[in-house]
Design a binder for this molecule. Structure first.
Ligand code: FUC
Length: 799
């Protein structure tokens, strides 16, 4: 029997039946356009999205005098320690809710085919980013495949059969949004619509949750989708609403979509003609290309990114079974390391498909959403979820897919300046726990939201970690100087103003929450707002540290670096609480939900690196205790929470425990299409899960003050690269190729019998290299040249 008897390779998701539910359909996308492919026999549905299709318009930040409540709030916390009263005042510091990410519509293909098909298969090939369906019907083999090409900006769907004249279907477009469909010719169908002027979040009870403007010039962006059919043989007709193909030999369906969004800070345009022109031009260019060229260009562009990393954990024979069957076996307690490798790669596939240079960043659902009022508005939630979406970007070699987040940060910086002034009277910029296409930066809640999520002004500082990390991984100095540092500096400026004395010589944030966990006051009342939560302090520490390193690297702004350094030295330090846990709040409060899904206070260990096993062992032990306590009470019940748990156990170098949670992720939090299930679906768990698997195999930490030299050509500080820090015993043999480490290294690792056999480090920047392997305490240090390869065996560096 061949090692891999599957008709499909290790990078293919496949099924023996069409998707019955949206969370069984297969996602494709190019960052801008997205589709969920159902693969039906009688009826094919492609649910469509466009990244910029959101409700609403740019709007003012909120009440200009909101900061007048700040002094009272701080007095209640710092002097009176009346936290429930502080919560009430915090609601005065709230503005409008975010708008919502919307579904564009559906493309339907109606076939005359019944259910009596044989040899049906539905697949998603991750390495080509092509989804497809094939089956036999009455002796004819039908094949459909589709992809969304980043090279051409269109969706292409190709229908073929092994008998001439066998392809007959009707195509139509519809949408849940106000819209109409029009056949422009016998081969072109256009869907024209507009978005609501406002959509309330799904968790807000509301009599009129969806409101439209009076007409096309009165709020709510316009959108258009244009479909063109190219039929080979047969007959093509249109009845004004549907296009009909009869007895064709082969057919290509092309679709482009656009919105009138023109930037976060201006109303969308109202020029229908211009919109039509954009779609028509995209379809025209694609239609002029032979299908084979369209496909080849798409595959090449996708592989350029996807092909950078391979992962083999063994167990290849499992691919003989369909993905849902394998997942069911894992849910029943089975082992399937190849499915873990597939899950890891699926995260990379999703990032490439939902976040590309120039697109919007991946939101709570990437770009895939079928609901008008999607859970949490399918927005960017910046107290964990949006950040987690990008945890895997750099380690899994997709730095360019990280850039849309940097673009969003630029808009947030503009609106965030006003938010900083309005709500706190501070300089600099910040943003709060969630945002939208219009870069809303103020605290949401409209005066009635719970402060446990609404009143958290640390989003700007946390997002800056992503800019800094992009530099640490890529060494892109231009990015550091022109994009990262200016945003970091201004976010640090906000913190310098926002921090207050705690009365005991330390600087603390106030108001301060630990997203989204409440605490119990001494008299048993529930509250959210206090001062100097552990997460706030860790985020501030991170940002001040990064600013110091950045100014030294760039040779600028020494005075500001001193201010950051002075403030950093006075930050309330992390403390160990009464249970031996890492204390979460200013006081060692008890918590009403000890199994809470958020692990905010553990930020310092992951994604931060202030707490490490070797440099701060007591705090690392406290992180462990916190994690164990949370898990003992049921934490990890959402996919993203589980993903955070995996990354933390990886940092604690507990490979076997980390793997248990990888399995729990597959068992408890994964749909048959491998989407992460935070009902119905939230993509952060997918990305965080991918990052977790990478973190088990490779870690890199930049030590503070370890910057290599200075001056204009200095690479990022040399990182300590840790090979196989958390390799579980259940993955004794395997290899990974192409992971990235901070300091500018591409890393290939092979292992057998649970031990490293060989690693190859490719230095992209020529910085110094420091490597640790598995449980060894020895760190090997050597100089590198740009482009140089360095082989490390069990006995140390070999070349
Ligand atoms: C936070 C989380 C929820 C959800 C939402 C989008 O509120 O606590 O679980 O992920 O963001």
């Amino acid at each position: 029997m061949p090692a891999n008897p599957s008709p499909y390779g290790p990078l293919t998701l496949w099924y023996r039946q069409p998707a019955a539910r949206w969370v069984e359909a297969l996602p494709i996308g190019d960052g801008r356009l997205g589709a969920m492919v159902f693969g039906g026999v009688a009826h094919e549905r492609l649910q469509l999205n466009r990244d910029t299709l959101w409700s609403g318009l740019p709007r003012p930040v909120g009440d200009d005098h909101a900061h007048n409540h700040l002094a009272r709030l701080r007095h209640l916390v710092l002097q009176e320690r009346d936290y429930p009263a502080a919560d009430t005042v915090a609601q005065q510091l709230q503005g409008p809710y975010t708008e919502s990410y919307l579904p564009l519509g559906d493309l339907h293909l109606q076939f005359g085919h019944g259910a009596d098909v044989a040899d049906y298969a539905r697949v998603l090939e991750m390495d080509t980013a092509v989804a497809g369906v094939q089956y036999d019907l009455a002796g004819v083999r039908f094949i459909r495949e589709c992809f969304i090409s980043a090279a051409d900006g269109v969706l292409a769907l190709r229908l073929t059969a092994d008998r001439p004249g066998a392809i007959t279907f009707a195509a139509s477009l519809d949408s849940l949004l106000w819209s109409r469909t029009e056949g422009l010719a016998r081969d072109v169908l256009v869907l024209r619509g507009r978005a609501p002027a406002h959509v309330d979040p799904s968790y807000l009870a509301s009599d009129h949750p969806i409101t439209y403007g009076e007409d096309e010039t009165d709020g709510g962006m316009l959108f258009e989708a244009r479909l063109q059919i190219l039929a080979e043989g047969g007959r093509l007709t249109g009845d004004g609403r549907r296009l009909r193909v009869e007895k064709a030999d082969a057919v290509t369906v092309l679709l482009a979509a656009a919105t009138s969004f023109g930037g976060f800070d201006r109303p969308p345009h109202t020029d229908r003609g211009a919109l039509a022109q954009v779609c028509a031009e995209q379809v025209r260019v694609a239609a002029a290309k032979p299908y084979a060229a369209l496909r080849a260009d798409h595959v090449a562009e996708h592989r350029r990114l996807f092909g950078r990393v391979t992962l083999d954990l063994g167990g290849g024979a499992a691919t003989a079974q369909p993905t849902d069957v394998r997942l069911a076996a894992v849910r029943a307690g089975g082992e399937d390391p190849q499915l873990v490798a597939q899950y890891f790669q699926f995260g990379r596939y999703l990032l490439i498909s939902s976040s590309r240079p120039g697109s919007q960043p991946a939101n709570l659902q990437g770009i895939w959403n079928e609901e008008l009022r999607a859970p949490w508005s399918s927005n960017w939630t910046t107290n964990i979820n949006a950040q987690m979406n990008y945890w895997s970007a750099e380690p899994t070699a997709l730095p360019e897919c990280h850039l849309p987040l940097a673009d969003l940060i630029e808009g947030l910086r503009v609106n965030g300046r006003q938010a900083a002034r309005t709500y706190y009277g501070c300089r600099g910029w910040t943003t709060h726990h969630n945002t939208d296409l219009w870069c809303l930066a103020g605290p949401v809640g409209a005066g009635g939201g719970s402060p446990v999520w609404a009143n958290w002004p640390m989003g700007g500082a946390w997002l800056c970690r992503h800019l800094w990390d992009h530099w640490l991984f890529t060494g892109d100095r231009e990015f550091l100087a022109a994009r990262a540092y200016p945003a970091m500096r201004e976010a640090a400026e906000f913190l310098l103003d926002y921090l207050v004395e705690d009365g005991a010589g330390h600087l603390v944030t106030c108001p301060s929450t630990s997203p989204e966990n409440g605490f119990l006051t001494a008299d048993g009342r529930r509250a959210a707002v206090s001062a100097g939560t552990t997460m706030d302090m860790a985020i501030a520490w991170d940002l001040f540290t990064a600013c110091g390193e950045a100014t030294a690297t760039l040779g600028i702004d020494t005075e500001f670096a001193h201010a950051c350094e002075a403030a950093r030295a006075r930050l309330l330090p992390a403390r160990v609480g009464r249970h031996g846990q890492l204390q979460e709040w200013w006081e060692d409060f008890e918590e009403p939900e000890p199994g809470h899904r958020h692990l905010s206070h553990l930020y310092g260990m992951y994604p931060g690196s202030q707490i490490t096993l070797r440099q701060t062992p007591e705090l690392a032990a406290a992180v462990r205790t916190s994690l164990e306590r949370r898990l003992a009470h049921g934490s990890g019940h959402t996919g993203w929470s589980r993903a955070w748990v995996i990354n933390l156990w990886a940092r604690l170098e507990e490979g076997d425990v980390a793997r248990e949670h990888v399995l729990a992720m597959l068992r408890l939090s994964t749909f048959d299409n491998l989407f992460d299930n935070h009902p119905p679906f939230q993509i952060d768990g997918n990305f965080g899960g991918s990052a977790g698997v990478a973190e088990m195999l490779l870690q890199s930490h930049v030590a503070v003050g370890a910057r290599a030299g200075g001056g204009v050509s200095a690479p990022p500080a040399s990182a300590e690269i840790h090979l196989l820090p958390a390799l579980p015993s259940a993955w004794p043999t395997g290899s990974v190729r192409g992971l990235r480490a901070r300091g500018g290294f591409a890393v290939d690792i092979a292992w057998g019998g649970g031990r490293l056999t060989q690693a190859t480090l490719t230095s992209t920047l020529g910085g110094p290299c420091r490597v640790r392997t598995q449980r060894s305490d020895t760190v090997v240090e050597f100089a590198t040249a740009p482009g140089g390869n360095y082989v490390i065996g069990p006995g140390g560096v070999q070349a």
